[in-house]
Design a protein around this ligand. Sequence first.
Ligand code: SF4
Length: 244
Amino acid sequence: MRPRSARGVKPYAPGEVYDLLEGFYGKPTRRARLDGVSELVWTILSQHTSDLNAERAFAALSDRYPTWEAVMNASEGDLVETIRSGGLARQKAPRIQQALRSVLDRAGGFNIGFLAGLPLGEAKAWLREIPGVGPKTAGVVLSFAMDQPAMAVDTHIHRVAKRLALIGPKVTADSAHDALEQAVAPERVLNFHVYLITHGRRVCKARRPLCHACPLAERCPEKPRRAVEGDARVPTPSLSHKPL
Ligand code: SF4
């Protein structure tokens, strides 16, 4: 449940946060949509690296192997070399192969588009049975690849949501998915994700949030404690299109 007030100010309702961030950043343009398995692999490749590195690794993967079956059956060493530009290749290569094996075993192929026709909770549960897939990755696959109203919560979104009192101070990132997902209308969930993650990366940064330039400063319960007087840095008001 959302706190009704924190630090003496009435926090913004989720819909108000959405509108103010939309006004600040503008409506997002969608990156090219991938199919479900490609989004899953992309998400693994994009962990702990930049968009550019993930794109390079994904392109190298697509150039080197003609099918997901070929990726799954590749020698681990070859796969590590192929995706090296994405960073942490030794961890990501076996994770990708394990995920592909699990998809093949359970779906009988590499088309998981049927998940879009399941109730959201069932689709999430199906994805979360894939080794290494948590609520965040499941949310990204369902929202970005299948237009489902699933909220993916990463460390930035979790931090911003806590500071704005959209969730309680003790709500973990894993349990914030459902709370934030239900906080806005289904058709707003994906953009809400994009706005919050962008805000966490560009303005409401972990160590030195740029409260002086924040469109939510007026009723942010955290601002009095976080504002750094005299900090003249100005954020770039452009959207971040990397999902996580
Ligand atoms: S006012 Fe500061 S702490 Fe609050 S959301 Fe904005 S940047 Fe974050």
